[in-house]
Design a protein around this ligand. Structure first.
Ligand SMILES: Nc1nc2c(ncn2[C@@H]2O[C@H](COP(=O)(O)OP(=O)(O)OP(=O)(O)O)[C@@H](O)[C@H]2O)c(=O)[nH]1
Ligand SMILES: [Mg+2]
Length: 332
């Protein structure tokens, strides 16, 4: 997944079809002077339906097509013939897509399962034809119901990444580099801050047949929960991850303080984020020798209340242990 095609927020316009009108028709045949009413019902207008699709990862297609219109139901006609239903329109979205009403900003629903279908704009009902309205006092009703109009609305689709592990760290901590060495993803890597502007997902192949998904998100800075840096825009991407992997570089001036700042931002954003399992990886550990590591361990064992390990993406150290630990956390 590259930076450019990760679309996770789109505004769209949807409209369902109008119901077809019921028909007013009186049966006529040669030699039958007074035929009864036989106007058929109008067909239902097409729905616009949002459907979950596990093979999609972004809302990319919606960048190019913004209007989704279902067709109208056909009108009823003579001989009680019912108009055709309008055609439904399906909008396939990745799992984890949240659908909002643009006007009220209210969350309408969230798609979480493959094949799950939710009607976002319901087609109007067809009107009933005049034969329904025949009664003892009115044998030839000249009335039929009109179809109900379809609905139009503007909606927002927002994607929450559904990864198993979310990477959390300051800018430049080495998150994207880690993703690039434990998965086949090719995120942009550079020695400046905010290299990553959009989340990247990668699939870790674990012991031949197993896999789990890791999300690399833009770096978090102090104040992120109030919108600093890329703020809320990306914190929501790790809201649903099962496990959080904190990345703190070995050359951080104060590892436990850096961890506290990150934790605090998560707490301020959504306290439930702290209910997730956590692991700290001290990145860029190739910069440390064994002696220094031993000294740091003494401090870290005192200061940290979560498990930690030393890793290096560049020197490929500690990566198997990291995967083992993550796998265990995800499967217990
Ligand atoms: N020595 C060393 N440098 C590393 C290691 N991993 C990453 N780096 C360097 O750290 C810098 C930042 O790496 P990125 O992976 O882009 O960091 P990031 O956390 O994704 O940064 P943002 O996207 O800005 O949040 C790059 O210059 C990397 O080459 C490592 O294991 N050892
Ligand atoms: Mg990055």
């Amino acid at each position: 997944m590259t930076e450019g095609n990760f679309v996770d927020y789109v505004k769209l316009y949807v409209s369902s079809g109008n119901g077809g009108a019921g028909s007013v028709h009186l049966h006529r045949e040669k030699y039958i002077t007074k035929g009864g009413p036989d106007g058929g019902d109008g067909g239902r207008g097409g729905h616009v339906i949002i459907r979950g699709n596990k093979n999609l990862w972004t809302l990319y297609t919606y960048k190019f097509k913004r209007h989704f219109r279902a067709t109208h139901g056909g009108h009823g006609s003579k001989q009680r013939s019912t108009g055709a239903d309008g055609e439904d329109v399906y909008m396939d979205v990745p799992l984890g897509t949240v659908v909002r009403d643009k006007e009220t900003n209210e969350i309408l629903f969230e798609i979480t399962k493959d094949g799950e279908e939710r009607i976002i704009a319901e087609g109007g009902m067809g009107g009933r034809g005049n034969w329904h309205f025949k009664s003892s006092t009115n044998q030839t009703p000249r009335y039929a119901q009109p179809g109900i109009e379809g609905v139009e609305k503007e909606i927002i689709l927002e994607l929450k990444v559904l990864a198993d592990v979310g990477l959390v760290g300051f800018p430049n901590a080495g998150k994207s580099t880690l993703l690039s060495v434990i998965t086949a993803a090719k995120p942009k890597i550079a020695d400046y801050e905010f290299t990553t502007l959009k989340p990247n997902l990668g699939i870790v192949k674990y012991r031949d047949y197993q896999t789990f998904v890791v999300a690399d998100i833009p770096g978090i800075i102090e104040g992120a929960s109030e919108g600093k840096g890329l703020g809320h825009y990306f914190l929501r991407h790790i809201e649903r991850n099962a496990t959080l992997l904190f990345l703190i570089p070995a050359d951080s001036p104060d590892i436990s303080k850096e961890y506290d700042v990150l934790l605090n931002e998560l707490r301020k954003y959504n306290p439930e984020m702290l209910d997730k399992d956590r692991l700290i990886a001290i990145s860029k550990s190739d910069m440390l020798d064994e002696e220094l590591k031993a000294e740091m361990r003494i401090e870290l064992d005192k200061d940290l209340d979560v498990p930690y390990l030393f890793i290096s993406s560049v020197a490929q150290q500690g990566l198997q242990e990291l995967k083992d630990r993550l796998w265990k956390m995800l499967n217990t």
